[in-house]
Design a protein around this ligand. Structure first.
Ligand code: SF4
Length: 305
């Protein structure tokens, strides 16, 4: 039997990236934010200090093994259960991957540490960096992102502007909108004004399509999101549901399913697509005492904590 990976997961059918091999370099759940909408649940370690949170040598060994034994994905994505720029060896790890494969490397970050020159330097060799912006001032920032002490809205915006000036790859800005929190037209206009200062290549509008950290966070209707796209420059795109055929077929096992839903709650249909199989193959694997169920918007999501 193949040894399961500790730091790699997927490939997962990402709504914007296609088949994405995930690399998780933060122990669950270490982040500089505790966003009310987080699909990984509440932050258990709120931090801004960087460190070698997982051994670099072990992650590199897993990447080597995956490239040798599989190596099929559209992108390699730093994602998972926390903020990847808290990993102090991130730049070395990106360089290690870039020296071994042409698969694009993407970092999904909340952008909080971009005020630090070492963090900006670590990201320079990535192909794309996704940062997020869902607030328009200090009050909304504290309410929505619940940041670690010492982080401020202005400091983060300034770091993101500096990163834009230095980074030659593409920057995607994700705006997470919630009904009754930050989706009124005037609020979105203010978010769009801040977003324009960062000059991202793309802007994505997201909403609570998966179970969020706080159960009372409500999604914004797709039609309203589409209307709000035109408020942004460049025009935003709504992140659609999983696109058909996005996920490459992946060997199926209970451990792989558990590994995936530990990081991202998913419906049985999403899991079937991720593993390139059918519902009847997935459902028995979800009958596991470690698997929990959450019903959201009439859909059943499976998760593991
Ligand atoms: S959504 Fe991202 S930035 Fe916010 S708490 Fe979750 S992992 Fe951290």
């Amino acid at each position: 039997m193949t040894t399961p990976y500790k730091y790699l997961f997927g490939p997962v059918p990402s709504r914007r990236l296609g088949g994405s091999l995930g690399i998780d370099v933060t122990p669950f759940k270490t982040c500089s934010f505790d966003c009310i909408f987080c699909q990984c649940g509440c932050t258990t370690r709120l931090a801004v200090e960087r460190g070698e949170l997982v051994p670099l040598a072990e992650v590199c060994a897993e990447v080597e093994r995956w490239l040798k034994e599989d190596g099929a994905a559209d992108v390699i994505t730093f994602a998972g259960s926390g903020e990847p720029t808290l990993y102090s060896r991130l730049g070395e790890l990106i360089d290690f991957i870039k020296a071994r494969t042409d698969i694009p490397v993407i970092v999904l970050s909340n952008g909080t540490l971009l005020y630090r020159p070492d963090v900006r330097r670590d990201l320079l060799d990535a192909d794309s960096v996704k940062i997020s912006l869902s607030a328009w001032d200090e009050t909304s920032f504290q309410k929505i992102n619940r940041p670690a002490p010492g982080l401020s809205f202005e400091q983060i915006l300034e770091g993101e502007r500096e990163f834009r000036a230095e980074f030659e790859g593409s920057i995607w800005l994700e705006v997470f909108l919630m009904e009754g929190v930050n989706s009124d037209f005037d609020q979105v206009q203010k978010i769009a004004a801040a977003a324009a200062e960062i000059r991202p290549d793309k802007i994505h509008l997201n909403t609570a399509v998966r179970p969020p950290a706080e159960a009372d966070v409500l999604p914004v209707a797709k039609e309203k999101l589409e209307t709000l796209c035109g408020v942004f420059t460049p025009r935003a795109e709504v992140i659609a549901s999983f696109s058909a055929g996005a996920g490459p077929a992946t060997e199926l096992s209970a451990e792989k399913v558990i590994d995936l839903i530990r990081r991202h709650p998913a419906t049985a249909a999403q899991l079937a697509q991720s593993f390139g199989t059918v519902l009847t193959e997935i459902l028995p694997l979800l009958d596991d005492p470690r698997v929990q169920i959450e019903v959201r918007g009439g859909e059943t999501y499976y998760k593991c904590r």
